[in-house]
Design a protein around this ligand. Structure first.
Ligand SMILES: [Zn+2]
Length: 494
């Protein structure tokens, strides 16, 4: 974080406090607004100047936006000698937007038929290249990632953890939890926010409407105790008539570099009007009382996950066991929220550490991805001795610790169980006053799966995909990761 930004921001905020905000309004919850730009067009040179102009707009106001930069775009900026653009962007927050964006194969295309581990490895291999280019040229690690177009893939999450990227910032309907920030795959997600994604079109009338919408959403979010608004653009939209990739890579087309076409551009007057419209919208938000602009780098600290920082108490473990009786999904413990997977790990850990009927006072859980596959053969009825269940719980903890992933099959007394069934069976025993000697198998379904979309054509409407693209296997893997989904809770500062 740059000292100058904080200083300017503090002075600005102080000025706002003294002039615009009456003292009693200080308790109003903060609405955070994050501006982000997918900086991806490596074909149209005018897009470089657009990015610079937008970056400078923020700097001039003592605030920052997040520029999610494509690896090839960063490389091309350097090749074109645009150190001025690189410097202007670097005064804002630098984030990542894939190596090649729309050149095929895009992430959904190359992970479509891969299993979990191979998909993670392929994402690391292909997207690690551009990530390193952005790091080398801008001199910082990327604060967040968002997929090119609609090219989402569940394996990206495990890869982001390896990259050390804690935030997924984009707009996409592949996974969504009530249009609010959420955790999935061990990564914080700011995706669909319902009304909370706001943009203005280019006419003065559009700006007026967008500002009015912002004011309405601001009221709604302050009523919820604060929240976040996401505003996104592409620098190239300020200067082009059509996207750079649409004219070159549509429907699976992949022409060689020497055949790339420049997209048509707006007239100089239209370009000015676009910048002017955006600037008016930006000013409306920057000057709005109760608003704080945040970059992707700051967002994770607004949504701390308290599950790993403090042990879960025996009371928490019992609450999880109770909740799993009716619904296998995330559990709100009041002070924090555990995902279904974290709940299963907490139950297993508690049982594994129990000495006879004496249960541990508290347990620590570690993060684990959802399982990698769905078993085809598994037990559907039966009864287990307590010792066998306890041993299986111990083994589950060992596997999760060793692989950072939940097992696809849980073996109890030599019999294969689905993790869902094991979770609900174990919950039944943990919820009892004392551990029973015999435990009947109970069947469970992971209700949290509903937060991950079913494979359907509306997920794959991005014009860059080959016609008829779908990804049923990939979305099935995505549903397995619903073990990790839970709401992200905004830190209360006021
Ligand atoms: Zn993009």
């Amino acid at each position: 974080m740059k000292a100058s930004y904080w200083l300017t921001g503090a002075v600005l905020f102080g000025a706002l406090l003294s002039t615009a905000i009456p003292l009693q309004a200080k308790a109003t919850p903060t609405v955070y607004v994050t501006f982000w730009f997918d900086t991806e067009d490596f074909i149209l040179p005018q897009a470089d100047d657009a990015a610079k102009r937008l970056a400078e707009m923020f700097t001039a106001r003592g605030v920052q936006a997040t520029f999610k930069i494509v690896g090839e775009k960063a490389r091309v900026l350097q090749e074109r000698g645009r150190d001025d653009v690189i410097l202007a962007l670097a005064k804002n927050d630098v984030a990542y937007h894939s190596t090649w964006h729309s050149a095929h194969p895009t992430p959904s295309e190359y992970t479509r038929d891969l299993d979990w581990q191979e998909g993670v490895a392929e994402f690391l291999r292909r997207e690690g290249v551009g990530l390193e280019t952005v790091r080398r040229i801008f001199g910082v690690s990327s604060s967040c990632y968002g997929q090119p177009g609609g090219s989402w893939t569940p394996q990206s999450y495990a890869a982001l953890r390896v990259f050390g990227i804690p935030l997924y910032l984009d707009v996409t309907s592949h996974v969504n939890l009530n249009d609010r920030p959420f955790w999935y795959g061990g990564v914080l997600n700011i995706l669909e926010l319902g009304d909370g994604v706001i943009r203005t079109d280019w006419k003065d009338e559009d700006v007026k409407q967008a500002c009015a919408k912002f004011d309405r959403v601001f009221e709604k979010l302050t009523g919820e105790g604060g929240g976040i608004v996401s505003v996104f653009y592409h620098p190239c939209e300020f200067v082009h008539r059509q996207f750079w990739d649409g004219v070159n890579f549509s429907y699976g087309a992949n022409p060689p570099r020497n055949e790339w076409k420049l997209p048509p551009t707006k007239s100089p007057e239209e370009q000015e009007q676009a910048f002017k419209a955006f600037e008016a919208f930006l000013d409306h938000i920057v000057r709005h009382a109760g608003v704080r602009l945040v970059t992707a780098r700051e967002i994770p600290s607004l949504y701390p996950d308290r599950v790993y920082s403090n042990p879960l108490t025996q009371k928490d473990v019992r609450a999880i066991a109770e909740a799993f009786q009716t619904r296998l999904s995330y559990v709100d413990l009041g002070t924090r929220i555990v995902s279904a997977g974290e709940g299963l790990l907490a139950l297993s850990q508690s049982v594994a550490e129990s000495d006879g009927n004496r249960r541990p006072a508290d347990v620590n859980v570690e993060f684990a991805c959802g399982p990698a596959s769905v078993p085809q053969q598994f037990l559907t009825e039966g009864t287990f001795r307590w010792d066998a269940l306890r041993q299986a719980a111990q083994e589950l903890i060992e596997i999760a610790h060793g692989t950072q992933q939940l097992p696809s099959v849980v073996w109890v007394a030599g019999q294969p169980l689905r993790p869902e069934d094991f979770a609900v069976t174990l919950a039944g025993a943990v919820a009892a006053e004392s551990y029973p000697a015999e435990v009947p198998l109970r069947r469970g379904e992971l209700e949290a799966r509903k937060f991950v979309a079913d494979d359907s054509s509306h997920l794959w409407g991005w014009v860059i995909f080959p016609r008829g693209f779908n990804a049923p296997h990939m979305m099935a893997l995505a549903k397995l990761q619903a073990w990790t989904i839970k709401p992200a809770v905004l830190r209360k500062i006021n």
